[in-house]
Design a protein around this ligand. Structure first.
Ligand SMILES: [Zn+2]
Length: 395
């Protein structure tokens, strides 16, 4: 395994944002998340539709319907990789789908990209969903509804089909190949995840909590209030000087890992004030909206314009190059970014010899396994494994 600066990193964690990022600020009051194609403000180029189109098409599943599967329970919810309470918005979204089944005496089916609703109820549901969305009075409610619908469909449509731990179809479960390890005490990752990445098979952020556990690497879905509150409560109690977002530098003074204040304890006792490292887990085009949401909350709490962002400086021989062709690598590289971050931290004097290099290697090993599994699956299913050109907007 490579160590030090020569690690595989996504351009999105290294390069400056697209030029039009600021021009295209998401205005949630005027943006419908349910437009057939992402609105210009959510899509910095045509890449979003390409990315989504390339997501693996799951066979139509969940034929038993929403009613028969029943309401999601707390243990089912937490089984997917979170310690958070069951989100009320997701419960309401599932109830809405159940009501539709009752009303029309039919069962919903799910399949395809993002566990979309299939079958007879698809059009009716779509119409109803858009009407509910249009009537919601404010952008916050619209975002929460959009997220809840995304999460609810993925939850219900993945029941019995995906392994809850690794989010892969059960026949490809990779859990037995993952060797959990401890992340250095005093470091905590936050995976701020776009709902379209939730339960996505080729998402890589999930590898972090599979390896390090939910407490050391915590999923927080964009627009799920219960999870966002947990994250911000943790941030407030740890203090603003403990929080760093890995995001290409958009601040007036670019910062890197070298700027992180490490004057703190990394012992087991320091659980209250860890170094909080936030990773945006979603496509590049979706990450700008997530960044803005974080920035707005930051400003509301601390009254400061700039959310502390760092970018990685490493760019070199990529361990991923040797693994290509591989499915959809460029947009699923959150775990590689986490490994790069740990590697760069390992180079800091204060953290030398504390095992961060090993933890970075563990992430890359798990990434190798995921890529092996996804590649084998695509081969088995007769799909192309050739890497296609994409993401021109983040280079
Ligand atoms: Zn599994």
């Amino acid at each position: 395994m490579l160590s030090g600066p020569a690690r595989a990193l996504s351009p999105r964690f290294l390069a400056p944002p697209p030029i039009n990022l600021h021009k295209n600020r998401t205005n949630l009051t005027s943006t419908s998340f349910f437009q057939p194609r992402a609105s210009p403000s959510m899509t910095t180029s045509a890449s979003a539709s390409v990315e989504e189109g390339e997501e693996e098409i799951a066979p139509c599943q969940g034929g038993s319907g929403v009613l028969e599967g029943g309401m999601v329970s707390l243990s089912e919810w937490q089984g997917w990789g979170t310690d958070s309470p069951l989100p009320a918005t997701v419960v309401a979204a599932i109830k809405e789908m159940m009501d539709l089944e009752r009303e029309f005496g039919d069962k919903m089916k799910f399949g395809g990209v993002g566990s979309k609703i299939k079958g007879n109820l698809r059009v009716i549901d779509d119409k109803k969903k858009r009407s509910v969305y249009a009537k919601l009075p404010d952008p916050e409610q619209k975002l929460q509804y959009f997220t809840a619908r995304q999460v609810a469909c993925r939850l219900v449509g993945s029941r019995g089909y995906l392994c809850q731990k690794c989010w892969l179809p059960k026949e490809d479960c990779m859990c037995s190949r993952i060797v959990p390890c401890n992340l250095l005490h005093g470091i905590r990752f936050w995976l701020y995840m776009h709902p379209k990445d939730f339960l996505r098979q080729n998402n890589t952020g999930k590898l972090l909590w599979q390896l390090f556990g939910n407490q050391a690497a915590t999923m927080c879905v964009f627009g799920i209030p219960e999870q966002e509150e947990i994250m911000w409560d943790a941030f407030k109690s740890a203090g603003k000087d403990t929080i760093w977002l890995l995001y290409p530098n958009v601040n007036s003074s670019p910062k890197s890992v070298g700027d992180i204040n490490l004057d703190r304890s990394f012992s087991e006792e320091n659980k209250k004030k860890p170094l909080n490292l936030v990773l945006l887990d979603g496509t590049w085009s979706n990450s700008s909206a997530m960044y803005r949401r974080l920035k707005e909350r930051w400003a509301a709490i601390w009254g400061e314009e700039d959310l502390p962002c760092i970018s990685l400086s490493s760019l070199g021989a990529s361990v991923m190059h040797k693994l290509r062709p591989q499915p959809a690598w460029d947009r699923t590289c959150t775990a590689a970014a986490a490994a790069g971050l740990l590697s760069e931290l390992d180079l800091r004097e204060e953290l030398r010899g504390l095992g961060l290099d090993k933890q970075a290697d563990a992430i890359e090993d798990s990434l190798d396994i995921l890529l092996d599994v996804l590649t084998a699956r695509r081969r088995r299913m007769g799909r192309s494994i050739t890497r296609k050109e994409r993401h021109n907007n983040c280079i």
